[in-house]
Write a protein that binds this ligand. Structure first.
Ligand code: URA
Length: 209
């Protein structure tokens, strides 16, 4: 069953509130997103497998746990997912990065793919898909369909904001994929925007309108 991990840490909630404000500048929005993503990375990597390695402290030899960062693949959904990537890489700098390019057809709100590039050996890797807004769920489901066809070891989905409609859509198509989010907002409007939301995440990250 698909689990929702609602990250309620006070720092995450505080930064999200600042990001939602309509007068937050592009620079402020991007900086907060970067900080917030790093905080969320702690939650989403909590169950990463550890293996024991032999090291020497200044005093003696010991066996100590380490992660294998290369087994992890972050997959931002272009373009807004890029806003979460650096924050995640701050915590796992050795991770691989795949990219999937999807845009929302404004008339149908369906996801249209224009780019797909993943690391090799996906069967041995754990994938974390990144998109700030899980709204209609169409892009998320399309991305998860394509990524799961490569049979990765595990898949998680990270967003900043979601809503009941987006959760239901992903849950129906991919009940095994856990969703990590900082907020579950009220609803979608007729244009597929989350309410109260924070507007268009891509535009706010990149300063476009
Ligand atoms: N994408 C966004 O950027 N914002 C929304 O509210 C929904 C989808």
């Amino acid at each position: 069953m698909n689990q929702i991990h609602h990250i309620t840490h006070p720092l995450v909630q505080h930064k999200l509130t600042l990001m939602r404000k309509k007068d937050a500048s592009t620079n402020t929005f991007r900086t907060l997103l970067n900080e917030l993503s790093t905080l969320m990375a702690y939650e989403v990597t909590r169950d990463m497998p550890l293996h024991a390695v032999q090291i020497e402290t200044p005093l003696e030899a010991m066996t100590s746990p380490m992660i294998d960062g290369k087994k992890l693949v972050f997959v931002p959904i272009l373009r807004a997912g890029l806003g979460i990537l650096d924050g995640m890489l701050n915590v796992v700098p050795g991770a691989r990065v795949g990219h999937i390019g999807l845009y929302r057809d404004p008339a149908t709100l369906q996801a249209v793919q224009y780019y797909f590039k993943m690391p090799s050996d996906m069967q041995e890797r754990d994938v974390i898909v990144l998109d700030p807004m899980l709204a209609t769920g169409n892009s998320a489901v399309a991305a998860l369909d394509r990524i799961k066809a490569l049979k990765p070891r595990s898949v998680k989905f990270v967003c900043l904001l979601t809503c009941p409609e987006g959760i239901a859509k992903v849950h129906k198509a991919h009940p095994d994929v856990p969703i990590y989010t900082a907020a579950i907002d009220r609803e979608l409007n007729d244009h597929g925007y989350i309410l109260p939301g924070l507007g268009d995440a891509g535009d706010r990250i990149f300063g476009t309108t």
